[in-house]
Design a protein around this ligand. Structure first.
Ligand code: NAD
Length: 425
């Protein structure tokens, strides 16, 4: 099959979809992927764009745009979160869907990759408006989702309550309760214990492995975290419990730092009271940008994409970067960080804990048999530790950075499944 990859477009790493494709291209050469499979994996399997009409509280009617993208389903039903954000684009959702394919393959769960998004500003909407938006969006994408087809989950600015509305809307359409259509639900309707902290817990497990490999003691190791939502806030709590010292954190409004360590409990209480970490008394003001360059052993980007660039990578002082967020590092920055000896635990590894426990949630829903939290955490640790070792082994063998190592493991698994299933018809 002739290759029709547009190399000039691939250079444009500012576009997150081109960045995702470029990451695949790099590993394709390394692992000797055939042209046919490479071209197949470079594109999403299915893209759905929907218009979502919503009656707002004051009676006015608004039209929103939403997306659901399924990248690959060779290894099982598609899986991936739904993002509510004013800046969501189709290209972003396509990239996130592709990353989900690799992530599920890396931790070896039987799912393909998908992602969804709605262009909206949830902070400016009432609960009722959000409910109407969620229900109509669910209805619009219900033609391609389902427990055997594609299972959404939370992502930026989507919550367990929003997952409950998705589950209810889908169930109402079918006429009976179908908890397995979505994960990240509240416990009362089939959610899993441990799901709320799973992304952060998985991030902690792989960071601990990296600390062992790099011979850095955990006790007192300094941590900076950008983003203080589900991933970032829980990472701060769990890492502090494990002996790390959380020195700097930020959210969309700004940040706070204390070289001697922040009181994480107080910080969480402050965030819950005021909606931000800004203004917390136990530290000094720091900008969102400066958090990334803070003097620390571990940096956890846990907000949005493309924050570590060729411009700031030379100034990053952390020894380990654990990507709780998806796509925080541009490819040019990856190379700089690798040359500087900084170990980047790539997103598809570092934040795979969320989808892993989502998989456990789906299994529990299908079996109608729920596990204890200890069992869930032990299973999560096993999967995350194995994925770290496989990634590290590939990175060391090919003398490449951890992202390419992780891609080598994941892309090989997806390629094998795709090849075995063959080309239909
Ligand atoms: P969230 O909505 O709970 O929190 C997002 C946080 O980022 C908030 O603290 C917000 O204030 C902050 N933020 C937003 N814009 C920012 C900006 N410009 N600068 C700094 N901070 C900003 O979302 P989340 O679920 O914690 O997701 C965060 C990242 O983690 C995303 O990249 C998401 O894809 C990734 N992720 C989340 C999960 C999960 O289970 N929640 C799983 C895998 C990956």
């Amino acid at each position: 099959m002739a290759t029709s990859i547009d190399r000039s477009a691939v250079q444009a790493a500012e576009n997150v979809w081109l960045m995702a494709q470029r990451q695949l291209d790099e590993v394709a050469t390394l692992i000797g992927l055939s042209d046919a499979i490479h071209l197949y994996l470079r594109q999403p399997k299915r893209v759905l764009e929907v218009s979502v009409p919503v009656r707002m509280d004051e009676g006015r009617f608004s039209m929103f745009t939403g997306f659901r993208v399924q990248h690959n389903m060779s290894r099982g039903p598609a899986k991936g979160g739904i993002r509510f954000h004013p800046d969501v684009t189709l290209d972003e959702v396509k990239a996130l869907a592709m990353w989900m394919t690799w992530k599920c393959a890396l931790v070896n769960i039987p799912f393909g990759g998908a992602k969804g998004g709605v262009i909206c500003d949830p902070k400016a909407m009432s609960m009722q408006e959000l409910e109407h938006l969620t229900r109509r969006f669910t209805s619009e994408i219900s033609i391609i989702i389902g427990p055997e087809k594609d299972i959404p989950a939370p992502d930026v600015y989507t919550t367990p309550q929003i997952m409950a509305w998705i589950m209810d809307t889908y169930s109402m359409q079918k006429g009976y309760s179908i908890p397995g259509v979505v994960t990240g639900k509240p416990i009362a309707i089939g959610g899993s214990l441990g799901r709320d902290k799973a992304t952060a817990r998985g991030c902690l497990y792989v960071t601990n492995e990296a600390m062992k490999v790099r011979n850095i003691p955990i006790e007192g190791a300094r941590v900076a975290i950008q983003g203080f939502g589900n991933a970032g806030m829980h990472a701060a709590e769990l890492m502090a419990e494990d002996g790390y010292t959380i020195c700097a954190v930020s959210d969309s409004r700004g940040g706070v730092a204390n070289a001697k360590g922040l009181d994480v409990r107080g910080l969480v209480a402050h965030k819950q009271e005021t909606g931000s970490v800004v203004g917390f008394g136990g530290g000094e003001k720091i900008s969102n940008k400066d958090v990334l360059e803070y003097d620390c052993e571990v940096l956890v980007p846990a907000a949005l994409e493309k924050v570590i660039t060729a411009e700031n990578a030379p100034r990053i002082r952390a020894k380990i970067i654990a990507e709780a967020a998806n796509g925080p590092t541009l490819p040019e920055a990856d190379a700089i960080l690798h040359d500087r000896g900084i170990m980047v635990l790539p997103d598809i590894l570092a934040n795979a804990g969320g989808v892993t426990v989502s998989y456990f949630e789906w299994v529990q829903d299908l079996q109608e048999n729920f596990w204890e939290e200890d069992e869930i955490n032990a299973r999560l640790k096993h999967k995350m530790t194995r994925a770290f070792r496989e990634t590290y082994e590939q990175a060391t063998r090919h003398n490449v950075h951890m992202r390419t190592g992780a891609y080598a493991v994941a892309v090989n698994r997806v390629a094998e499944a795709t090849k075995l299933r063959g080309l239909y018809p």
